[in-house]
Structures are given as C-alpha cells and as structure tokens.
Ligand binder design. Structure first.
Ligand code: UD1
Length: 430
C-alpha cells in the first residue's frame, strides 16, 4: 500500500496548470457511445477514472488511444450493450453508459455502479427518467436491465437536480423520437460542457446552464473533436491548500466563474483573490478567519466536493465554522481523520463544527474517499513535520499528478511504500 509522505509547514508559491475536469470528461466519454464515430477529446486528465472509462469503452468494442492529454476514440464498430461487473463496481459515473447505450442500441445491462462511499447513492432518479422516455427497466439480482426498442419524447421533472440523472437523460434523449423537456435539471458547468460536446456532435439542445433543458431527439449526429473544461474541484483543492498554508499561487487555466461561492468563502477567510476566466490567483499573508457557516448545495451553491478540502483549510482559522452537508447523506468520513492532526471538530447531525486551533501536528491518516483524501493532503501540508496520507488509490481517481504539482509549488511531497496505516517506512522524493 502506498502513501504520500508530506513534510508540512511550508508556504506554497508559484504557478500550476489545472487539468481537464474529471466530472466533465467522464460523461463525455460515455457520450462517444451514443453515435458510432471517431472522437478526439483534448485536455483529458491522466487519472484512473478516465483509464477505467477507456476500459469500459474497449469492453464495448471501441478503439481507445491516448496521446498525451488527447484521447482518440473510435466507436464505429462497437456493438457491446453489457458492461462487466468488475468495471461497473469501480466508478459511479459508469452508470452514464446506460443512457448512451439505450440511445444507440435500445438496450443495456449492467450491475449497480460503485464510487465513493458517501451514503446510499441510489439511482432511482436515473431509472425513473429513463422509464419516462419509454425504457422498460428491470432490477434483477443486482443487475439493471433496460430495454427500449424506441425511446420517445417526454416532459420530465427531476425531484432533485441530480448531476448524473441529468446527464443520463441528455444521453438517452439523443436517441428519442420527439422532444424531451427536462425540468429541475442540474446546472453544473460539467453539464454545460457535456451539452457543448453533444452540440458539437450535431445535437439540438437549448437551456444549457438553466434548470430547464429542451432536447430535440433524433438529430443526425457525428464524431467530433472537443476540449474538456478545466477542473474546478482540482482548482478549489489547490486554493484550499494555499489558504491553509499561506503563500501565493496562480492556477493557470482555472475559470473563476465556476467557483464563486468557494472564492467568496476564501475571501471572507482573509485571502486576497484575483480571478478571470483563465486563471485564479490567491494570496494569503495574514492569519485566517473562520467564516461562520458553509452549506453545500447543488450548483451554483457551495460544491459538496469542496466541503472536505475547505474544512481542512480552515482548521487553524480563528473562530468557528459550521459545515452543513445537504447533498450527500454521509460525507464526513474525513472528520475523525482530521482530528488526528489535532483539529477540533464536533459532529452534530448533518453538520460539523470546526473550532480553529493554533497549530496542527503531523499524523498518519487515510483518505477514505476522493475528496476526503484531498482534505488529508491539505491538512498534512499545514502540519510541521512528517505526515503519511494513505488512500492514494482514491486520489489518483481524480487528481492528475497531484504530488508533482504540489512540489512545483514548493511543497515537500513524496510517495512511500508501506504495509499498514501505522508503520514506519523510508520516504522517497521528499
Ligand atoms: C456528481 C459528481 C460528484 C458530485 C455530485 C454532486 C460525477 C462523476 N460526480 O455525482 O463528484 O459530488 O455530482 O455535485 O460527476 N440521488 C438520488 N437518486 C438518484 C441520483 C442521486 O437520491 O437517482 C441523490 C444522491 O444520493 C445524492 C444527491 O442525489 O445524495 C446528489 O447526487 P448526484 O447529483 O446525482 O451526484 P452524482 O451524479 O452521483
């Protein structure tokens, strides 16, 4: 088992380029199955979730090649409609192939998707919406079997603006006869990016970025070339790291418009920020102040994916900050681990109250999901001395070259091999 070994207590300074967005590239890769064609996707992050999506595409009969940050996908000869359970279990976004396969072949079968353990994470909204489009959906011994000889248009209102359900409806709607109107749709920038990709294939969709999407099904589609948007959650993680450690960093390629509540929170905590559509600069010289209340919400609210890294950033902020999680039912797995650094955090129902402490101490911790692991890194960077962060398997799902990027900002981060979460092992690269 590998760990990141971090010598914390250093300020971060310098420039780093933000990678393509994990949550945008995954639905885009699923969308390449909607229509047989040749696709060139630029700015693909080198993360394990993208590699896994490539394996799923190959299992369906696509040819997938990577050259640097560009993926070339040829889905012309793909005929598969079933996704192997071993691949489904590793990633939540694998469920997006449901809409794509239904759209192209009129049938799909797969097991329940895996992903970060953040509570129950049902897919009822996906399945109900697909049924409204004319699919028959059967759940049988852990398998999802969908059949739809001809999908049709419909007016659908989601009970909650689920990101994945919105994406699955968009993908399935490509193969519908008639018009699909989706109300209470998710408005995340990654959805807008998926819509941009589908439009570049020839799709007719209006309302991108609003809560009502209108999709004319059956428009002729073709292969395309597309560049994935920058990863706003990766950008936010670096901002949290610099806010916690102090220093000045510039994130090249980051789009500040996508992160308004995060930037407002960091400004309220005492950071100086300067941003545009192409970069974000954060400077933190003085002490951090607590910000009172942070409540996660669907876009354009405070992103649930930044809740854990922001908590780690504010562990030493003067005063108290209350984090309320409203999107996922169990998303505080990082709290007991953050306490190992000496953090004072009290859990009260679906909220966590952080009381700022004057200093953190190094610790050996485990990130139990992707963003929890990112929070461990943000905390370890602030703690003078040597910390070990296990859970690299989660980090590489969503962060492209995290250790290298942090080193380029002056952090002392290396990778060490070890046997357990308490062992001592020689550190490399620190
Ligand atoms: C996506 C993101 C994830 C992010 C989340 C919320 C990807 C690959 N992942 O996940 O990083 O944290 O959006 O911004 O893009 N729900 C149901 N039934 C459903 C679907 C969802 O009850 O059928 C619930 C979920 O359990 C959760 C909430 O709705 O409590 C939000 O889920 P959703 O917006 O669907 O998130 P994901 O698409 O899974």
């Amino acid at each position: 088992m590998e760990a990141l070994v971090i010598q914390g207590g250093k300020r971060l300074n310098g420039e780093v380029a933000v990678s393509g967005a994990k949550n945008a590239v995954l639905p885009i890769l699923a969308a390449t199955m909607v229509q047989g064609g040749v696709y060139r996707i630029h700015n693909c992050p080198e993360i394990s979730d993208v590699a896994l999506a490539g394996e799923i595409l190959e299992s369906l009969g696509c040819r997938v090649e990577r050259r640097g940050k560009t993926l070339r996908i040829d889905s012309r000869d793909a005929t598969g409609t079933a996704i192997p359970a071993a691949l489904m279990g590793k990633m939540r976004a694998s469920v997006l192939f449901l809409g794509a396969l239904l759209s192209r072949f009129g049938c799909a079968s797969m097991t329940m998707p895996g992903g970060c353990p953040l509570g129950r994470r049902p897919i009822d909204l996906h399945l109900d919406a697909l049924a409204r489009l004319g699919a028959s959906v059967v759940l049988w011994e852990g398998e999802i079997l969908c059949d739809a000889p001809q999908l049709h248009g419909a007016a659908i209102e989601l009970q909650f603006p689920s990101v994945g359900a919105t994406e699955n409806v968009l993908l399935a709607a490509m193969g519908c006869q008639g018009t699909v109107v989706l109300q209470n749709a998710a408005r995340e920038p990654e959805i807008v990016d998926l819509i941009g990709f589908l439009q570049s294939m020839g799709a007719e969709i209006s309302g991108a970025g609003t809560d009502t999407l209108t999709i004319r099904g059956g428009a002729p589609l073709r292969g395309t070339t597309y560049t994935v948007m920058p990863d706003r959650i990766e950008a936010a993680t670096f901002l949290c790291a610099c806010a916690g450690c102090g220093g000045e960093i510039c994130l090249l390629g980051a789009d500040g418009r996508h992160l308004t509540p995060v930037l407002d929170t960091l400004a309220a905590a005492g950071c100086e920020l300067c941003w545009s559509q192409e970069s974000i600069t954060l400077r933190r010289l003085g002490p951090l102040k607590a910000v009172g209340e942070i409540e996660t919400a669907p876009y354009p609210g405070f992103p649930t994916d930044v809740q854990a890294p922001m908590m780690a950033a504010l562990l030493r902020a003067r005063g108290s900050t209350r984090f309320s999680e409203t999107v996922f039912e169990r998303r505080f797995a990082h709290v007991p681990q953050l306490r190992r650094f000496g953090a004072e955090i009290e859990l009260v129902g679906s909220a966590a109250l952080v009381r700022g402490v004057s200093a953190l101490r190094p610790a050996t911790v485990t990130g139990t999901d992707l963003r929890a692991a990112a929070a461990m890194v943000v905390a370890a960077l602030q703690a003078p001395g040597e910390s070990y962060v296990f859970g690299i398997n989660h980090l590489i799902r969503g962060y492209d070259n995290l250790d290298e990027k942090l080193r380029s900002l002056g952090a002392a981060v290396g990778v060490a091999a070890g046997k357990n979460t308490t062992g001592n092992f020689p550190a490399h690269g620190v």
